[in-house]
Design a protein around this ligand. Structure first.
Ligand code: MF3
Ligand code: CO
Length: 256
């Protein structure tokens, strides 16, 4: 069941989103060769609790950290740890969620570590752009799969692998609510978008094959061909005019 949020609920989600984005900003500032993903996790945890919120992911289905930190061929759900150290040329996808007064924000960004190969930078930029291609269809009256189609079509036009095993999702009182939002598919299907729907849209795009595998820790997911993967996500709300992005920090240049 898709729940439509009231203005009061959206206000709380705006705050959850602001805190999620604030934690992203703090992590981004710390990213450099030599830092461990454990340290990045601590920075995000402190940022979230300092704002009166709780990390959404910590203990979610047993997940042991506040963020996912997924380097290069790790697609999603990389578990922060002291031994995983960033090095020059890496890309790292950071996924963060925060609960504020019972409502969640969820967002992901992929960052460069030092100097990154042009081919990989393009993957990161186009993954972000695929989110915005989907967003063009986020308005009342459109169908959910119009967003999915726009994301997948754009990413596939570069020959990238569009990951199918993970989707975006509704969000609100729960981190994952209906509907699932695939990053591919035919347009014109699925629920009609309505004002008050809150959605986490999150393209996950691979340089090579779309196929992925989950490692023995039950979380870490890598590409099958070990080529890099990028992730970009925001929580949005459908408005009368179209949408509002909730996971941004005051002053954040979100679409550059
Ligand atoms: N942003 C991810 C998602 O939407 C985060 C879930 S990670 C988990 O599914 F650890 F919390 F599961
Ligand atoms: Co999500």
């Amino acid at each position: 069941m898709i729940t439509l949020k009231s203005d009061r609920e959206i206000e709380l989600m705006r705050e959850a989103g602001r805190i999620t984005a604030y934690a992203h900003l703090k992590v981004k500032e710390a990213i450099r060769p030599g830092i461990s993903t454990y340290e990045l996790d601590k920075i995000a945890y402190e940022a979230i609790v300092s704002q009166g919120a709780i990390p959404s992911f910590l203990n979610y289905n047993g997940y042991p950290a506040s963020i996912c930190a997924s380097i290069n061929e790790v697609v999603v759900h990389g578990i922060p740890n002291k031994k995983t150290i960033l090095k020059n040329g890496d890309i790292i996808s950071i996924d963060i969620g925060a609960i504020y007064r019972g409502y969640h924000g969820d967002a992901a960004r992929t960052h460069y570590v030092g100097e990154v190969k042009e081919e990989i930078k393009l993957l990161v930029e186009r993954t972000k752009q695929s989110f915005y291609e989907g967003l063009k269809f986020a308005k009342p009256g459109n169908r959910l799969s119009d967003i999915s189609h726009a994301i997948g079509n754009y990413a596939a036009s570069f020959g990238y692998g569009v990951v199918r095993d993970f989707t975006g999702h509704g969000i609100g009182r729960n981190l994952h609510e209906d509907p699932a939002i695939p990053n591919y598919g035919e347009e014109g299907h699925g629920p009609i978008l309505k004002k008050g729907m809150t959605l986490a849209i999150e393209p996950i795009i691979n340089l090579g094959t779309y196929r992925v595998k989950v490692l023995s820790d039950g979380w870490t997911t890598t590409t099958l061909d070990k080529k890099p993967s990028a992730h970009y996500e925001n929580t949005i709300v459908i408005t009368d005019e179209g949408y509002e992005i909730l996971t941004k920090y005051e002053g954040e240049e979100i679409d550059v």
